[in-house]
Design a binder for this molecule. Structure first.
Ligand SMILES: Nc1ncnc2c1ncn2[C@@H]1O[C@H](COP(=O)(O)OP(=O)(O)O)[C@@H](O)[C@H]1O
Ligand SMILES: [Mg+2]
Length: 205
């Protein structure tokens, strides 16, 4: 079993988008997958509700429940997290994860917030024991801000596992509880290509 946590205390950076799309990738690939939603807003579970019985199954779990039990056959676990996590909970989620993905928007405010968060992880010792990769999300290429993000990543010595462009495809898919992996490939070619290194990195963990 492989577990991936998507985390970043900044709201709107793409945690739920990446969690649901990763889950939809596994579902497409035929791997029994559970999507655990720790966010009280429950965006990932709402997405799953829209999906209904249409796509390959994804087992949804409310991370806020007292007891969490995964179906016996589960091979992949994707955990979506809220903006606010209490330190003990963060530690538990990190310990449970084979890989941690940190989506960052290439804006100065978001880069600063991510740097601060990584600093906190370093101080708490969590960064040392975890396998953390960053994702530049909603990237419009050739912008100065993107250059800043790359510079920041080199400084923190964490891998940039993917950059995902700003694309309406994510919203189009999400309306019906789908991910880009459930869409006709010719409509999402560019996005599928950008997910390849991300999936490769997660699967190596
Ligand atoms: N790569 C992307 N391209 C276009 N829209 C995106 C992308 N990633 C996220 N979004 C949109 O940004 C908004 C916030 O994303 P979301 O995944 O809910 O963030 P979080 O879970 O971190 O709060 C959503 O409306 C989502 O559809
Ligand atoms: Mg979310």
């Amino acid at each position: 079993m492989k577990t991936t946590l998507i985390v970043n205390p900044k709201g709107g950076c793409g945690k739920s988008t990446i969690a649901t799309n990763l889950a939809s990738y596994y579902a497409r690939a035929g791997a029994p997958v559970a999507l655990v939603d720790y966010d009280p807003q429950k965006s990932s579970l709402a997405w799953l509700e829209q999906r209904g019985a249409s796509g390959n199954p994804i087992h949804g779990i409310d991370g806020g429940a007292k007891r969490i039990s995964l179906p016996g056959a589960t091979e992949r676990v994707v955990m979506d997290s809220p903006a606010r996590i209490e330190a003990g909970q963060m530690e538990r989620l990190f310990k449970f994860s084979d890989s941690v993905l940190l989506p960052v928007l290439p804006s100065p405010v978001d880069i600063r917030a991510a740097a601060q968060f990584l600093g906190e992880l370093m101080l708490s010792g969590l960064l040392k024991s975890a396998r953390v990769g960053l994702i530049a999300n909603r990237v419009r290429e050739n912008t100065l801000i993107y250059v800043n993000l790359e510079r920041f990543l080199r400084r923190v010595k964490l891998p940039l596992v993917a950059h995902l462009r700003e694309a309406q495809n994510y919203n189009r898919a999400a309306i019906s509880g789908r991910g880009i992996f459930d869409m006709p490939p010719h409509l999402v070619n560019k996005d599928l290509a950008q997910w390849k290194p991300l999936i490769r990195w997660v699967e190596k963990g």
